[in-house]
Design a protein around this ligand. Structure first.
Ligand SMILES: [Zn+2]
Length: 311
């Protein structure tokens, strides 16, 4: 009798284990197929997708932290990752010219979206000191105006709803809530600018801020002409910036994140200005991601420094 009971107990134990095992594989499968997989080029798109899709999306950023965003060379593994994803999002052909080439070479069903597709670009002036010629190129860092961020969120939401109509209502609700947050951020920045004594910001790092400056009607002076061009400012230009800081008693010189800010710190040493980071939100570190950094949290941190710069 004891033997029969032992055999029965073992039998039911095995059956039980089999059921648990089947249950587990089923769970894994549904989890894999349920989520929309998205690859984004940069951090703003990554964060926007997360805010809209929440637990219904699985998002990855293509560019490693601190990588130069404009001249990036995608690896074969990047292409594989994009091919396997449901969706690839980048800012625009102007911002990431390399992404346009990826888009052309993708042979899968991956849906490709330029999040900034319907946003007007602003032209910036470049002065060639040797020839004294002026050149105009369009700047592509559109997300630094929160109103453009809203348009990007709307574009991403539309595409996510197309990919997954059964979740469309949820995506639209999340997007609307998030857009309210972005509007709040925009108002906060506007109020700081309106209530400040001075309206000029000075930059001693890669220049990516025209959309921000344009939105809040701020004046500016910059040592660098643009972003990702690799050309250091001339001694004449640096002298010009030092004079502006001294003449107008500018308290802060800004430089971009994930850089040493060599020129900005040099200018700070020559003047009474402090060198501070104005984060351009191209991309972030892994530690930042683990700490749950967001577009809005970065912009609020920027705002704290702008308060110091505008007094
Ligand atoms: Zn840039």
């Amino acid at each position: 009798m004891k033997k029969i009971i032992a055999v029965l107990v073992t039998f039911f134990l095995i059956i039980g284990l089999i059921f648990i095992a089947i249950g587990n594989t089923n769970n894994n499968n549904t989890e894999k197929t349920d989520k929309i997989t998205v690859v984004t080029s940069l951090f703003p798109e990554y964060d926007f997708v997360k805010q809209i899709g929440k637990d219904k999306v699985d998002v990855k950023i293509l560019l490693p932290p601190g990588t130069e965003s404009h001249t990036y060379e995608p690896t074969p593994k990047d292409i594989v990752n994009i091919n396997e994803a449901n969706m690839f999002i980048y800012t625009s052909n102007q911002m990431e010219p390399w992404a346009e080439k990826i888009a052309e070479s993708i042979d899968s069903n991956t849906i490709i979206l330029q999040a900034g597709q319907n946003i007007n670009l602003i032209e910036v002036e470049h002065n060639h000191e040797e020839t004294d010629e002026e050149e105009h190129t369009s700047d592509a860092h559109i997300w630094l105006n929160p109103n453009n961020a809203i348009k990007m969120v709307e574009n991403i939401t539309d595409k996510l709803c197309e990919i997954s109509p059964e979740n469309a209502e949820c995506f639209k609700n999340n997007a609307n809530e998030y857009i309210e947050e972005l509007k709040k951020l925009d108002t906060e920045i506007e109020e700081v600018v309106i209530n400040s004594k001075t309206k000029k910001l000075v930059f001693g790092g890669e220049f990516a801020y025209i959309y921000f400056l344009d939105r809040y009607s701020l004046e500016y002076a910059t040592a660098y002409d643009g972003c990702g061009e690799g050309a250091e400012p001339s001694a004449k230009k640096i002298k010009e910036i030092i004079d502006i800081i001294n003449d107008e008693k500018i308290p802060v010189i800004f430089y971009e994140e994930l850089s040493e800010g060599k020129i900005a710190k040099m200018i700070a040493d020559e003047t009474s200005a402090k060198a501070l980071v104005f984060n351009t939100v191209h991309n972030v570190t892994n530690a930042d991601l683990e700490n749950g950094i967001t577009y809005i949290s970065i912009m609020r941190e920027n705002l704290d420094k702008i308060k110091i710069a505008l007094r």
